[in-house]
Write a protein that binds this ligand. Structure first.
Ligand SMILES: [Fe+2]
Length: 306
């Protein structure tokens, strides 16, 4: 007998996603037919209220990216529509996933120019705060940045950094030392990613207005303005040494943000990060958040074993 189709792809309330996770499926399809009218309405509201904020606070490449992708403002976008434009520009595509992706697998997707992308959308009751990513964060926050060549290449460099870390770990015979160094490397990469791709700010060389390029900012109505305007936020030039040793917490507005000079600068930093890994300079970063899960470690060890 056919099971009734349960409508709705609301975060934490989507049986389609629960089934995929129960099966251990990381990669899924975007079951577009399951989005409810309420889901589309949530997208419409989120998009409409961000427009003015983006115009004011988002960097130019992001604004251009939203237009280039012809992103649907009224309905949850179909990945295939977005990808059709995106792939032509930088070879990147949004790839639907069921939720959390172990960190090596995540970085390795970037290396292949695939961005693991959530299909569910937040509940219309909680437009502002959501601890986990949703399609608005991923598709409206991240994906427009992937239209920029230097930014896209920087993401690929993250994947190459992860591959280097896994390869180096595979050559360490002492198990304890292998896990210790790998934990430190993963923590450092997560911090770098957080303070750039998720919460990065940018100021063009020679001055100009401060703009956001991090998707955590670009998908948050409240924090986007706060990140640029608030005197409570410390804004420092991006330094690898500083960033990889800086813990962060995910459950409140960020009190400290780092500023790059442009996407070529970001690419150069991601490039340099691999040298730091190879030279062992990320083997003893400061402890603290984020914690590195067993799943994250296992993903690196399994990659190294191949
Ligand atoms: Fe994100």
């Amino acid at each position: 007998m056919n099971q009734p189709v349960v409508q709705g792809l609301t975060t934490n309330k989507a049986p389609f996603i629960e089934r995929a996770r129960a099966n251990g499926d990381i990669y899924i399809r975007q079951p577009y037919e399951l989005y409810s009218e309420e889901n589309h309405q949530t997208w419409r509201q989120l998009f409409a209220r961000m427009r003015d904020r983006w115009r004011r606070y988002a960097n130019e490449k992001y604004l251009r990216g939203v237009e280039t992708l012809f992103m649907d403002q009224d309905h949850v976008p179909r990945f295939e529509d977005v990808n059709q434009f995106l792939q032509r520009l930088t070879g990147f595509s949004a790839r639907p996933v069921s939720g959390y992706v172990p960190s090596y697998i995540f970085f390795d997707c970037l290396r292949r120019r695939e961005f693991p992308t959530t299909v569910t959308i937040r509940d219309g009751e909680t437009l502002e705060y959501l601890p986990e990513p949703d399609i608005f964060h991923d598709v409206a926050g991240h994906v427009p940045m992937h239209t920029d060549r230097a930014f896209a290449d920087a993401l690929v460099r993250f994947g190459e950094c992860a591959a280097a870390a896994a390869e180096i770990a595979s050559r360490i015979s002492d198990e304890h030392e292998k896990l210790r160094r790998l934990t430190s490397n993963i923590r450092a990469m997560s911090r770098f990613f957080w303070f750039s791709i998720e919460f990065g700010l940018m100021r063009a060389p020679g001055g100009g207005a401060l703009k956001a390029y991090g998707s955590g900012l670009l998908s948050s109505f409240g924090e986007l303005a706060h990140s640029i305007e608030s005197p409570q936020v410390a804004r420092e030039p991006f330094s690898i040494e500083r960033v990889v040793n800086q813990p962060f917490e995910i459950d409140h507005y960020q009190p400290l943000l780092f500023v790059v000079d442009g996407f070529e600068h970001l690419y150069a930093l991601a490039d340099e990060l691999e040298d730091w890994i190879v030279q062992g300079r990320l083997d003893d970063v400061a402890g603290g958040e984020p914690s590195v899960s067993e799943g994250d470690l296992r993903s690196f060890l399994e990659a190294a074993a191949v």
